[in-house]
Design a protein around this ligand. Sequence first.
Ligand SMILES: [Fe+2]
Length: 251
Amino acid sequence: MIHFKSLLTYPGSRDTQVFFFIATQKNEMTKPGWTRRQFVLASSTIVPVASNARAKDGCGVYVEADSGPFYPVGGVPFVADLTTGPGGGRANGQILYLFGHVTDGACSPVAGAEILIWQADMNGQYDHPNAENRTALDPNFSYYARVQTNEVGFYLFKTIVPKWYNFQGLRRAAHIHFGMKHRDGGEALSEMYFAGKEHDNRRNTDIVWRSRNSKTRRHMIASMLSPEEFRALDIKFELGSLCCKYDLQII
Ligand SMILES: [Fe+2]
């Protein structure tokens, strides 16, 4: 299991220094996963703000999402790196660093929030009992992970770009699911989609995507950018990797 010591330049920026501490403290822990019922009872709202589509008013615009059929059913480990799995090797696919800040309705950082992600692998497969075909699972990919935001509300994952998939006749564009649990009890969900012509075309035939609020769903689309764009973060990005910045807000 790769610790963030190998991912971050240390000493680094305030964001990554604090995150390094949290990641190394939590990395080996496993706690019971959140339940779908907990999300039904959620009292907060998660607001995705992709780096390429910031809202004009406040910190974001509300875009609802749901847990979908592949919400984790078991414990989700506190790990930030999904690219090394039980197989002991390295996950297949384009390496993606996924990070951002979590803020509240006043645009102040939310420290100590749990950020959970779950996603398909590069073959469009989920590791979940509801998956229609699990024979193609990548033994080196961790399909679920969670981290905690640091004192400035920063979170960071190392993962791969998922592939689009079909499920029960639905054509789903590539996306990553987000769950967030505020330390004060509020919970909420989001989904992040990818910018680019191929992804745009996939979304156009994605009924779930098209069911989202047409005025606000653009905030769920993030651009895949070069690590050069984020040099100020002092993260030791892997060669050939890409980055998505996806800020989240609780209101
Ligand atoms: Fe999904």
